[in-house]
Design a protein around this ligand. Structure first.
Ligand code: ATP
Ligand code: MG
Length: 229
């Protein structure tokens, strides 16, 4: 990692907890074959994405990845690993954004005398060559939250800039969105209940789903000393 890459890594704003996350230290062993399969497939998707990031016809990928699954399944680990890998390999300007803290920061920017304006916070995110939006849907979807998400995501969509997303919410096939209805027994609420139909439809075009839905909470496994080998 050279000087430029380390500066870009710092500028990406990756939280300390995730700075050592790499595709190479993501473990794919689990007792159940179905879980193992999902972990291996997710890792393979990430590798393929990073390996193919530079398009043959010039430019970079115009689509991103959407990591879906319950808490502790490794979504942020993989997304951060992809982001850091792209920065190190291709020297892209990348940014990590945890959405709940972004909204808190934006709220503070409304105070009179606040050091930065909403635009100064949002412009670099809209313009980043690769953006990671962590915890999509976790925020109470007030009209303001929806507007901000729409501004960021739709501008990136229009400019064909790749975005990585993570979410705990269920991903419905496009045909099912809009009539998601009440929560299914035992399954998480649908992303379409947290985001406007316009945004959900953009997401399908902008990002390929990486499913970690069957994966257990790695944090709990660590606590129980049943760490995957
Ligand atoms: N397969 C794995 N191999 C190695 N470390 C893992 C794996 N899965 C998760 N971890 C580690 O476990 C912790 C929790 O993972 P992570 O934060 O990526 O989960 P998450 O799916 O983003 O959860 P949440 O929905 O709560 O944000 C992190 O420290 C991560 O590095
Ligand atoms: Mg996470």
């Amino acid at each position: 990692v050279d000087d430029l890459a380390s500066r870009l890594l710092v500028a990406a704003g990756i939280p300390l907890r995730y700075r050592s996350c790499r595709l190479d230290n993501f473990k794919v062993s689990a007792p159940e074959p179905a879980v193992r399969g999902q972990l291996a497939a997710a890792l393979a998707e990430c590798r393929a994405y990073a390996d193919g990031f530079l398009e043959a016809r010039g430019g970079v990928k115009e689509w991103g990845l959407l990591f879906v699954g319950p808490p502790g399944g490794g979504k942020t680990h993989l997304a951060a690993a992809v982001l850091m890998g792209l920065i190190e390999r291709y020297r892209v300007r990348g940014r990590f954004v945890e959405l709940t803290s972004l909204f808190r920061q934006l709220q503070n920017s409304f105070d009179p005398g606040a050091p930065v304006s909403q635009r100064e916070i949002l412009d670099p995110l809209v313009e980043a060559e690769v953006l990671l939006l962590d915890e999509l849907g976790a925020q109470n979807p007030t009209p303001w939250v929806q507007d901000v998400l729409y501004l960021i995501i739709n501008t990136r969509y229009a400019e064909r800039r790749p975005t990585l997303f993570t979410t705990n919410y269920r991903l419905d096939e496009p045909a099912a969105t809009g009539r998601a209805g009440p929560e299914r027994q035992g399954s998480p609420a649908a992303l379409s209940q947290r985001l406007s139909p316009m945004l959900v439809s953009r997401l399908w075009e902008m990002a390929r789903p990486v499913r970690l839905e069957a994966v257990e909470d790695y944090r709990r496994e660590l606590k129980m000393h049943r760490v995957r080998a």
